[in-house]
Write a protein that binds this ligand. Structure first.
Ligand code: FMN
Ligand code: SF4
Length: 433
């Protein structure tokens, strides 16, 4: 989609692949030079004041996380850029890696300098071979130009960066599973605390941030925290990349300032529903996000307002479902994804999801009753509350929101409520057959 008239952080241009030469010509790496000359304290203050929050899902304040690693007494520290991008319907990090790779490399290098890390890894999704190739080339070029490696810009700061190919598992995007994966172990989540900032890669303090989070950093250092804050709202600063898809006229990646409503995103950028169709539901935040009805679409894209409305911004994926879609089919599709990706370590996730899938099968086949919907609701609570890691907890989100807003559709599938095309009670007909 086209460039917006505003001067934003990413200014998406679909067919433009920014080379190192072009990046340097348009002011690239000025932020790294500025950071190195003004010192880490001042630069870190700028990130903290910008109120940049993690864009990988949990929205943790980025400056605070850097501060935690920086403040650790252990001097061997690592930085990891989480580029696993496994959330279904999300394709924003891929754009950054393939189109503006040096903005990402510069952001990682600044964050490494601020946190005191001298070694870093970009953990890139296995299914992104193109992005991997582009990044490997970009890392080599940056090394050749002295923008990575020993004594960067003659500052005495040295930083080495490597690409690590992901293990092809959604769960490896979870930060502690990702650590195990790099360490050569099974990509299973670890107990938190200790958090990676305390004990991360090889038990050393580690800064883990999402691609989009890190790629924001050069612009914040270059233009300042107040400029960044002015792009968004009092509550949520800056901009957000949105992966927009589903039953709308225009799909694609857009960058929007925080504060815009979901309805504006869908109608102004996505062109609204297709001719003659109506929006039935919108899945916000990817497969692990929530399913919301059209009435909630005036909610602004802001962390606080969304939390109050029960919406998870997550990775920023928005998938629109029109009135031809079945809610149960959509929910089951996502549930099967979680079931496939579950590592099986804990019972609520492993067994809860399996049982939920069986109930959904029965509901869709018209062989379930209202008591099955109640059981599904109970299981959902257990999956959400008792799962060991974010995968199971998020799978519960999907189920819960659909059961809250679309309970009628669940009930309509129940034997007690099914009607034939002629209006006869199907349940009664089956009983008497
Ligand atoms: C199952 C699961 C998968 C995740 N996948 C990703 C991912 O692909 N990319 C990502 O940046 N964060 C992912 N996260 C979130 C990370 O654990 C972590 O919070 C994030 O990388 C921190 O970066 P941020 O503070 O910049 O958001 C995932 C979390 C869970 C529970
Ligand atoms: S919640 Fe699911 S993915 Fe996470 S540890 Fe438990 S079984 Fe594994």
């Amino acid at each position: 989609m086209g460039k917006t008239p505003l001067d934003l952080v990413f200014n998406i241009e679909p067919n433009v692949f920014v080379s190192l030469e072009e990046y340097l010509r348009t002011g690239g790496y000025a932020a790294l030079a500025k950071s190195l000359s003004q010192g880490a304290e001042l630069s870190l203050r700028e990130i903290i004041n910008s109120d940049l929050r993690g864009r990988g899902g949990a929205a943790f304040p980025a400056g605070k996380k850097i501060e935690m690693v920086r403040g650790n007494a252990e001097t061997t520290r690592y930085i990891i850029c989480n580029a696993d991008e496994g959330e279904p319907g999300t394709f924003k990090d891929r754009f950054i890696m393939t189109h503006i790779p040096f903005q990402l490399l510069e952001g990682i290098t600044i964050a490494a300098y601020l946190s005191g890390a001298s070694q870093g890894y970009i953990y890139v999704r296995h299914e992104y071979p193109e992005a991997q190739g582009i990044l490997i080339k970009a890392i080599n070029q940056a090394e050749e130009e002295g923008l990575l490696g020993e004594n960067i810009f003659g500052s005495g700061f040295s930083f080495h960066l490597e690409l690590f190919s992901g293990a092809g598992s959604y769960l490896c995007g979870e930060e502690t599973a990702l650590l195990s994966s790099i360490e050569g172990k099974k990509g299973r989540p670890r107990l938190k605390p200790p958090y990676p900032t305390q004990s991360g890669l090889w038990n050393k303090p580690t800064l883990i941030n999402n691609v989009e989070t890190l790629a924001n950093i050069p612009k914040i250092i270059e233009k300042g925290a107040s400029w960044y804050r002015s792009l968004g709202t009092e509550d949520s600063s800056g901009t957000k990349l949105i992966s927009l898809s589903g039953d709308i006229k225009k799909r694609g990646l857009i960058e929007v300032p925080f504060g815009i409503s979901f309805a504006e995103i869908i109608n102004d950028f996505g062109g609204g529903p297709k001719e003659g169709r109506k929006i039935k539901a919108v899945n916000i935040g990817g497969a692990s996000g929530v399913l919301v009805p059209p009435e909630l679409l005036d909610t602004p894209l802001e962390y606080k307002a969304c939390a109050q409305a029960g919406i998870t911004i997550g990775s920023g994926a928005i998938f629109v479902l029109d009135d031809t879609r079945s809610i149960l089919d959509n929910v089951q599709n996502r549930l099967k994804f979680f079931l496939h990706e579950s590592c099986g370590k804990c019972t609520p996730c492993r067994e809860g999801l399996r049982q939920a899938d069986i109930i959904l099968d029965k509901l869709i086949a018209g062989q379930a009753g209202v008591k099955d919907v109640d059981t599904l609701t109970r299981y959902t609570g257990a999956i959400q509350e008792a799962s060991f890691c974010g995968l199971g907890q998020a799978a519960g989100n999907t189920l819960r929101s659909s059961l809250t807003y679309y309970r009628e559709e669940y009930l309509a599938c129940c034997q007690e409520n099914r009607k034939s095309a002629g209006g006869e009670d199907l349940a009664l007909m089956e009983e008497t057959a």
